[in-house]
Design a binder for this molecule. Structure first.
Ligand code: 5GP
Length: 211
């Protein structure tokens, strides 16, 4: 029951997954994986904390040396999870959180099928665009690229173990904790979030229809 778990959390940018993860896990003895990326830092992002910001050349040499648990090209940039810190944290008995997009998530699931995957939906694709514009960290062309990615990512959420929505933050926090506890306890107390549940599938389709 208490064995350490790697947990994948995916959500389109602007879904508030960072806020949820920080609220739930801040101060807890777990490992929040820091990815490598070739994208430029946004204002306020700290190298080594938010990401390891590295060159494309360095990223490619890390792929060649098999240093990534998974990696993907997303919205024109590379992103990857360094393997060693994940495995040493698990060996120390810590849970590991991977905040990654869907292509990388499926690579991890393929290699380590026991890894639970959680997908966080926005209330609608239109709301996601509004939130991204409000955040103001991307130009319009980048936002449109992200919106196109968001729709295909949301369609992929049916392959996840758990799918929840961040409409109201307090409700989303409670749902996330329910899912996390079910994962830790290995029980079915969060089965209503499974895409095998018809209400969950309905919710996913409604988000896509409201694009
Ligand atoms: P952003 O550029 O907004 O920080 O991240 C873009 C997307 O890349 C997000 O969906 C984020 O979860 C995902 N991402 C961040 N790190 C990784 C990683 O190491 N691997 C993969 N596959 N995706 C990542």
């Amino acid at each position: 029951m208490n064995e350490p778990k790697t947990i994948i959390v995916s959500a389109p940018s602007g879904c508030g997954k960072g806020t949820i993860l920080h609220s739930v896990f801040e101060g807890k003895d777990m490992f929040y994986s820091v990815s490598c990326t070739t994208r430029a830092p946004r204002e306020g992002e700290v190298n080594g904390t938010d990401y390891h910001f590295i060159s494309t050349r360095k990223f490619r040499s890390m792929i060649k040396d098999d240093l990534f648990l998974e990696h993907a090209c997303f919205s024109g940039n590379y992103y990857g999870t360094p393997k060693e810190p994940v495995d040493s944290s698990l060996a120390e008995g810590k849970d590991v959180i991977l905040e990654i997009e869907t292509q990388g998530a499926f690579q991890v699931k393929e290699k380590r099928p026991e890894t639970p995957m959680i997908f966080i939906l926005p209330p609608s694709v239109a709301e996601l665009r509004r939130r991204l514009k409000k955040r103001g960290t991307e130009d319009d062309a980048t936002i449109e690229k992200r919106m196109a990615n968001a729709a295909s990512e949301i369609a992929n959420s049916v392959k996840y173990d758990y799918v929840m929505m961040n409409d109201d933050l307090d409700a989303a926090l409670a749902d996330f904790v329910t899912i996390y506890n079910a994962i830790k306890n290995g029980d079915g107390s969060a089965d209503r979030f499974s895409p095998k549940n018809e209400n969950t599938v309905k919710m996913i389709n409604e988000v896509l229809e409201n694009a």
